[in-house]
Design a protein around this ligand. Structure first.
Ligand code: PDD
Length: 284
């Protein structure tokens, strides 16, 4: 029976109570993070939690815990749920109050929920690559905030799944932004292209690790947007996220990319990423 965290208490999932008046439930009025666990240790937790702080600030929620306190909570969940490889989910909503769009009074405290999940590395997808389906990006203009409002992402992922694709390649009027739950990268003539970290994408923590690895490996990166048409013509394509790590793309809308196999630059980055995991865990 897994142990969950809610508002200072560790409880069994079956005993957790969330108010129907929670603003996360009514409005998606909250923020969240997903942090990977390798070898029973948190991976890039500080970066995720600093982004949680930024997301909360941007929607004017004041977090009831510090980054260090969140790290303690996450470590307690890893220990009590005996997680070796998996992830921690943390969500903070603006709190529970009778339904009204405007913020409730200051007496209403944010609601914090966190839990741990065992989840192996997606070895098959990472090794063989996956298919993408392009989907129009109809989300709001603050995709830099990791908010609970994910309807645009949910609909895009579902559309991809209905076309037997693993992920949606989102584009605004033909300009590629990101994935429904990942960041997108194309490789052309040895140069990596990815959308700049503007309000139109979430600046992924895995994206930032990959950009650092590119620098170390001497791989040129251009943080400029590219079109859907250009995507089809890339030598290689991949996407990144906490759970997907570096997943190669072998086709977009049925058109083969990189002859339907993970490309050499992608493989090099995957290798560097796997070597980086123990270094980051050791704080190096
Ligand atoms: N999603 N873009 C979007 C829209 C995302 O939802 C995510 C992560 C990313 C990648 O960010 P990171 O590398 O920090 O995980 C980019 C998480 C995993 C999720 O919602 O489950």
């Amino acid at each position: 029976m897994s142990t969950y965290f809610k508002d200072g208490q560790y409880t069994k999932q079956s005993e957790m109570k969330i108010s129907v008046d929670d603003r996360g439930y009514y409005f998606g009025d909250g923020v969240y993070e997903v942090i990977k666990v390798y070898n029973s240790e948190l991976f890039t937790a500080r970066e995720h939690l600093e982004r949680l702080v930024q997301s909360a600030n941007k929607i004017k929620i004041s977090l009831p815990y510090t980054v260090d306190q969140f790290i303690d909570i996450a470590n307690e969940l890893i220990a009590s749920n005996q997680i070796t490889v998996g992830h921690i989910y943390i969500q903070v909503t603006r709190g529970a109050a009778p339904r009204a769009h405007q913020f409730p009074g200051t007496e209403v405290m944010p609601v914090v929920v966190a839990y741990a999940v065992s989840n192996p590395r997606p070895v098959q997808a990472i090794t063989n690559g996956v298919a993408l389906k392009s989907v129009e990006d109809v989300r709001w203009l603050r995709c830099d905030i990791k908010s609970l409002n994910l309807l645009g992402n949910v609909l895009a992922k579902q559309e991809a799944h209905e076309a037997d694709c693993v992920e949606a390649l989102l584009h605004r009027n033909g300009t590629v932004t990101e994935g429904s739950s990942s960041n997108m990268f194309g490789v052309k003539n040895g140069v990596i292209y990815t959308h700049p970290a503007t309000n139109l994408i979430l600046n992924g923590i895995t994206r930032q690790v990959v950009l650092k690895l590119c620098k170390e490996q001497g791989i040129e990166v251009v943080e400029e947007s590219f079109s859907l048409e250009e995507s089809m013509d890339m030598d290689e394509f991949f996407f990144t996220s906490t759970t997907a790590e570096i997943t190669p793309v072998t086709s977009i809308d049925g058109k083969l990319i990189s002859k339907g196999e993970p490309g050499l630059v992608t493989l090099k980055l995957q290798e560097a990423f796997t070597l980086e995991i123990p270094l980051i865990l050791a704080g190096k």
